[in-house]
Write a new protein. Structure first.
Length: 279
């Protein structure tokens, strides 16, 4: 199998060499890298990219045999403030250039909420908010097609793309080979559907399994009626259902652990490999 981990779960934000050394020293060779969350001393907002800087990051990664499966640029593409929304879109487009320079597989984002404060608000689930998402994504995907970079979109149960059906819709509406899906099964689980989690996973693979290129892996428990993130193997996620679909449709897909830590990583990988081998 093909495992990795979010870089900012491996070590605190620090200079580039310290961070990448920590990844290597913990025996991890594949990461999701959010530049602004992991690397200190640089401004990763719009306007600070240069090809030389992008190549420098790529060289330091290659020296340590570290691969970036996802360059994380998790923006709010449905921010109701137009100036802020456009600034976030511009930042994402600039991250496409970083990805190309450093050799990342894709640049990833979730799909946001119709709230400047990122609050859960009813308008997020409306057609109007969906159309705003399309406006942002079409700007981004146009740039991605010109640069030859992949955009990864992740659905979350309380974001604009809140279910597998909505993810399928956006993939059809954008209709570009430069857009692929990041599947996080736990992020699709809610108060309402947690008892039907097998169906949620089945629906995701049925509706857009052909476009899933990365899987985020974590667990969940129910606390006060709401799902709460947990370490792999300590909660309620039925990994057998997920691994069966992976084995059938997506062998060797990048599976990136979230909400983990270096002390747990290798044990969690062993647990997941064991489930995969059994199904």
């Amino acid at each position: 199998m093909n495992f990795g981990m979010r870089c900012h779960d491996i070590c605190p934000k620090a200079d580039m060499d310290t961070v990448f050394d920590a990844v290597k020293n913990n025996g991890i060779d594949q990461i999701q890298l959010a530049l602004g969350k992991s690397i200190s001393g640089y401004d990763f907002n719009y306007g600070h990219y240069s090809p030389g800087f992008g190549r420098l990051i790529g060289r330091k990664l290659r020296e340590r045999n570290i691969h970036v499966a996802v360059l994380g640029c998790y923006i709010n593409p449905t921010n109701p403030d137009e100036k802020t929304r456009q600034a976030e879109v511009s930042k994402f487009i600039e991250h496409l250039k970083y990805a190309k320079a450093m050799g990342a597989d894709m640049v990833g984002t979730e799909t946001g909420r119709y709230s400047a404060a990122f609050d859960v608000v009813p308008y997020t689930y409306t057609e109007g908010c969906y159309q705003l998402l399309l406006k942002s994504m079409r700007q981004i995907v146009s740039a991605a097609e010109k640069l030859g970079v992949i955009v990864g979109i992740e659905a979350v149960h309380d974001h604009t793309l809140y279910c597998p059906e909505m993810m399928r819709r956006v993939l059809e509406d954008i209709d570009s080979p430069n857009v692929e899906a990041i599947l996080d099964p736990v992020n699709l689980i809610s108060r309402e559907n947690h008892q039907n989690q097998d169906q949620v996973i089945e629906d995701a693979f049925k509706l857009y399994g052909d476009r899933i290129s990365v899987i985020h892996v974590k667990d969940f428990v129910m606390k006060d009626g709401e799902p709460e993130f947990a370490y792999v193997g300590t909660g309620l996620l039925r990994f057998e259902t997920l691994m069966k679909k992976v084995k059938e449709q997506k062998p060797y897909i990048a599976m990136l652990l979230e909400n983990s830590n270096p002390q747990r990583y290798h044990g969690d990988v062993e647990y997941l490999q064991g489930v995969y081998d059994r199904v």
